[in-house]
Design a protein around this ligand. Structure first.
Ligand code: ATP
Ligand code: MN
Length: 255
């Protein structure tokens, strides 16, 4: 446990090797005392044997690579507990009452609600057969999920995947079908879908970052869907794929 603790402290929190000060500050802010206790508990219960590196540090969450006792890789997404960062999420909350009442005895913080929404939404995607990380474990603001990638190397975002035109064409078809399934079967709109929240792995596209996805009955669901259509279309169009018009794509998804 001492070794594990060292690993959590030093590599995940970045106290030793991180040279970039801003990076280190961001990483440290994400792992507050309460979060660290959750990680220790997960370690003690055998959820994973170590946290071995940081995949991404963002405004709202950090994602770490962890290893299960049998050596399987995991992704651990830690939502930052500094609530200020979540201001712009108000528009997604409006009209989404899924987590408002009843489910928990104590009052959840905003980040805890987002983490729980992410897990719930990932489960819906999975159930509908959409490629995404399988969620394994949720504890307050910490979500442990399937690692998309190989040999400790996270799959690239679509933005960074440098695909051939043929692969891009396949990817476009795959993502618009996934968007339709997401809408028709999961009754969800992603709300932040773009080349930044799609991973390319083993020839397929994986949708990630679904904490802000809304029910298709949300008052702004169709506005969010239109934005998703624009972002997805723009990316593929920019890379030479003959894409549908926004209107055609939108109708394909909702009809
Ligand atoms: P922020 O908005 O603060 O940057 P985020 O909410 O965008 O954080 P995500 O998009 O879910 O967080 O994850 C950030 C990055 O971490 C992704 O772009 C991806 O590179 C990586 N990542 C997330 N989940 C996984 C996973 N399951 N397997 C591999 N890599 C992942
Ligand atoms: Mn993201």
């Amino acid at each position: 446990i001492t070794a594990i603790r060292g690993s959590v402290r030093e590599s995940a929190i970045g106290k030793t090797k991180t040279t970039d000060k801003a990076d280190r500050a961001t990483a440290e802010r994400a792992i507050d005392h309460k979060t660290r206790m959750i990680l220790y508990k997960m370690l003690n219960k055998g959820a994973f044997r170590d946290i071995s590196g940081c995949i991404s540090t963002g405004k709202e969450a950090n994602v770490y690579h962890a290893t299960q006792s049998q050596g399987q890789p995991l992704a651990v997404k830690i939502y930052k507990t500094s609530v200020l960062e979540f201001k712009d999420r108000a528009r997604f909350m409006q009209g989404d009452f899924r987590f408002k009442n009843g489910y928990c005895k104590h009052t959840k913080t905003m980040v805890e609600i987002w983490a729980k929404k992410e897990r719930g939404n990932l489960m819906r995607l999975k159930a509908a057969g959409i490629r995404c990380p399988t969620p394994y474990l949720l504890r307050l603001n910490v979500l442990v999920m399937e690692f998309i990638g190989k040999y400790g190397c996270a799959a690239p975002r679509l933005k960074d995947a440098a695909l051939s035109l043929d692969k891009l064409r396949e990817g476009y078809v795959e993502i618009i079908i996934a968007m339709r399934t997401l809408y028709q079967k999961c009754k969800l709109v992603h709300g932040d879908l773009s080349e930044y929240n799609i991973l390319y792995y083993e020839g397929h596209l994986y949708i990630i970052d679904v904490s802000q996805a809304v029910e298709h009955e949300h008052p702004h669901a169709l506005d969010f869907l239109r934005e998703d259509c624009v972002h997805v279309s723009d990316f593929f169009k920019k890379h030479g794929v003959a894409v549908m018009t926004i209107r055609e794509l939108f109708d394909f998804i909702v009809d």
